[in-house]
Design a protein around this ligand. Structure first.
Ligand code: HSE
Length: 298
């Protein structure tokens, strides 16, 4: 009557795939423990690693659980412990890790009444509670693992993509917070057809590169001409870090989700480590605190 789960950090968009591509990091994420209670109350008993609301009505975990119970016309009492492995507002899918982890855990506790796609839909309600939009990229990557494509939002369709063995991700997290909602408010309402063509061609190229293990094609396709140019203004020294990553051998670099985390993809762990060092070096000359890490995608 108790379940402990790990829910991974995720990188959404992956340059060209705004709201439609995501990937899951190996090893970085949140731990959550759900224990059944005798009564029907939902109580958050512990939150470590972030300053988040204990009141179940104010926490997206509550939004997800209540939607799932309502759908089944059930009542359930739970004590909930949340151990955040990374900070909200980092661009690494913090709300998605909580939402996806909750949906997965409750489904297990109830004997798996819901399909994976339904779990994503419940988790998207958590995303909406956190940032105002029902975004699927981070929650799908967290629930499916690996690399995912949101082929369609309505009806929701998720395609699991292959991850080349030698693909590594490095991230630099400047210790400032960007609210997803704010990062979405700066986005253009209309985009020129020429930019749209570049963007969807890159998405196609990136996916083709993942299937064919063509690292050069992946590299050429990691380009975002629509979102990055406007959002990078919210991230201090973005170009400095991106250029450092590219010059030290990264296949590509961009904004992780809504930022401020900057990610780079590399072929091989050795190159990824070199990329991490040069991103670190670039940022150490700035006034902003940061941390970096390199991870497998899984
Ligand atoms: N695709 C979303 C965005 C991810 O970039 O706004 C943030 O949750």
């Amino acid at each position: 009557d108790q379940i402990t789960i790990f829910s991974p950090a995720t990188v959404a968009n992956v340059s060209c795939g705004f709201d439609s591509l995501g990937l899951a990091l190996n090893g970085k994420g949140d731990k959550m423990i759900f224990s059944k209670r005798e009564d029907k109350q939902l109580i958050i008993t512990k939150i470590e690693g972030a300053n988040l609301p204990y009141n179940i009505d104010d926490n997206l975990v509550g939004t997800v659980i209540k939607a799932m119970l309502q759908k089944l016309d059930l009542q359930l009492g739970l004590d909930i412990e949340i151990y955040k492995g990374f900070k909200p507002g980092s661009g690494l899918g913090s709300s998605a890790a909580s939402a996806a982890g909750t949906a997965y855990a409750i489904n297990e506790l109830l004997g798996k009444p819901f399909s994976k796609i339904e779990l994503i839909q419940f988790a998207m309600l958590g995303e909406e509670a956190a940032c105002g939009s029902q975004i699927a990229d981070n929650v799908s990557a967290a629930l499916f693992g690996g690399f995912v494509l949101i082929r369609s939002y309505d009806p929701l369709e998720i395609v699991s993509l292959p991850v080349p063995d030698d693909l590594y991700i490095t991230a630099l997290h400047p210790q400032i917070e960007i609210k997803t909602e704010d990062a979405r408010n700066v986005l253009p309402k209309d985009i020129p057809l020429k930019s749209a063509i570049t963007q969807w061609s890159n998405v196609g190229g990136l996916i083709s590169g993942l299937y064919s293990n063509d690292y050069d094609l992946i590299s050429r396709s990691l380009q975002d001409v629509i979102v990055e140019p406007v959002r990078k203004k919210l991230i201090p020294h973005f170009d400095l870090v991106k250029n450092a990553a590219l010059q030290s051998g990264a296949l590509g670099a961009g904004i992780s989700g809504a930022g401020p985390t900057i990610f780079a993809l590399s072929k091989g762990k050795k190159t990824a480590k070199t990329v991490e060092e040069s991103m670190q070096e670039a940022y150490s000359n700035t006034e902003i605190e940061f941390y970096t890490f390199t991870s497998e995608i899984s």
